[in-house]
Ligand binder design. Structure first.
Ligand code: ZN
Length: 163
């Protein structure tokens, strides 16, 4: 693929990134592999994806994403009491414990334990970064057309591996 290719819908983007929130490093691809996603498929935060159009391999950019276009505003209703007995024994019943759950469609969702009672545990389903302004620093590391199967699935496949 020539270097003239720019980020557009349907391309698999390989991207190095660093995420800083409130002046603190939250996440980075530094020291590991760049992330890969299909541009336009909603694989990354909308407020960041929108800013990538037109970037070429090697281009870098700093992007500030307001909470509403990042992990959303804090939803005060996204709380639930769950009976303690429904938790597997290996999960520590401590305030601040973060859980990775699945909704009824099998989509991953996060919850944080915010209270531990005698009978129930109070969960907050807001993403830990809800309500936060996100500061990304990104660099395009690679671009290639997505395969038909990848476009059909809406996500990137490892070479030789479909799922
Ligand atoms: Zn797939």
């Amino acid at each position: 693929m020539s270097e003239a290719v720019k980020v557009m819908d349907g391309l698999v983007v390989k991207m190095d990134y660093t995420l800083t929130v409130d002046g603190e490093l939250v996440d980075t691809s530094e020291g590991s592999e760049p992330i890969e996603f299909i541009q336009g498929a909603g694989g990354i935060i909308p407020g960041l994806e929108r800013e990538l159009y037109g970037m070429a391999i090697g281009d870098g950019k700093d992007v500030v994403v307001p909470a509403a276009e990042g992990y959303g505003e804090v939803d005060e209703d996204a709380h639930m009491d769950v009976p303690r007995k429904e938790f597997p024994a290996e999960i520590p019943m401590e305030v601040g414990t973060m859980l990775e759950l699945q909704d009824e469609h099998g989509h991953p969702m996060h919850a944080t334990i915010t209270e531990v009672g005698a009978e129930t545990v109070h969960l907050d389903f807001n993403h830990p970064l809800a309500g936060k302004e996100l500061h990304f620093s990104v660099k395009i590391a690679g671009l290639r057309p997505a395969t038909a199967e990848e476009l059909d699935h809406g996500h990137v496949h490892e070479e030789g591996h479909s799922h």
